[in-house]
Design a protein around this ligand. Sequence first.
Ligand SMILES: NC(=O)C1=CN([C@@H]2O[C@H](COP(=O)(O)OP(=O)(O)OC[C@H]3O[C@@H](n4cnc5c(N)ncnc54)[C@H](O)[C@@H]3O)[C@@H](O)[C@H]2O)C=CC1
Ligand SMILES: O=C(O)[C@@H]1CCC=N1
Length: 267
Amino acid sequence: MSFPAGPLWLIGCGNMGGAMLRRWLAAGLDPASVTVITRSGTGAPAGVRSLTALPDEAAPATLMLALKPQQIDAAQALLAPLQGQPQMLLSILAGVDHAALSARFTADTIVRAMPNLPVAIGKGVTSLYTYTESEDAIAAAEAFAAPLGHYEWIADEAHFDAVTALAGSGPGFVFRFADALAQAGAALGLPVDQAARLAMATLEGSAIMAADADVSPAVLADRVASPGGSTREGLNVLDRDEALVTLLTETLTASERRNAEMAAAAR
Ligand SMILES: NC(=O)C1=CN([C@@H]2O[C@H](COP(=O)(O)OP(=O)(O)OC[C@H]3O[C@@H](n4cnc5c(N)ncnc54)[C@H](O)[C@@H]3O)[C@@H](O)[C@H]2O)C=CC1
Ligand SMILES: O=C(O)[C@@H]1CCC=N1
């Protein structure tokens, strides 16, 4: 799948926008077709035009908003003098909904995308949402999503904040789990660096195995737990009163709530 023709401008290019852009460049996107506009003028990969103000040029084919939801007013002011409108406005702003984007920006098609940080290695998850039924616009959005890893269209925008909590923020929670597993090993007396190495390698192998398995992670967990053995004793701690499920439900609920707050602030 090739990238849509025409220029791509990014407004903001920090942790997430930068990870996406670097992956696109690695997948063959022509750096000469890309312009990054940031307040600081930093963060753009080599070979990409980097500006601190809007160029005196016609609107690009694709305009991506990659700054923070709290910076949406600044983005709107920056883009006010835009000449014409982009074919696609791609927004990765957490929370900010399609209606708020349409009220502030004009484009042939607006697409919300919620990526996560592993897009940097082509193993990300990108959730997509749009009002459009144009097959060309959908194909254009998918052409940008495909090199990033797994992508899915979300049918109901009401689910987007939950999707953002699960998959957008998810790597943060998984990284925290990896750290906690290592800390727990160190608490049992293992050298700190060894515990960190073993935890990371265990997570990597388990994630790859679970992703490729034809049974659920719950079944795999039971396969690790030999009857009467030590894994079951550990799982009993995680399962008691659904402790882990309760903790993660609270975690996602807090993130989802914050996405809704950021959405409200952007309206
Ligand atoms: N970090 C992550 O894992 C994920 C982030 N997102 C979304 O990505 C967006 C960016 O987040 P991060 O990359 O983490 O933030 P960041 O702070 O790393 O990057 C923000 C970027 O916006 C630029 N910027 C700030 N004010 C500006 C202005 N007035 N005009 C132009 N550029 C400006 C900064 O220079 C920087 O390049 C957010 O909307 C967030 O919701 C979505 C999914 C995952
Ligand atoms: O923390 C945030 O607000 C963004 C949304 C998903 C991941 N990072």
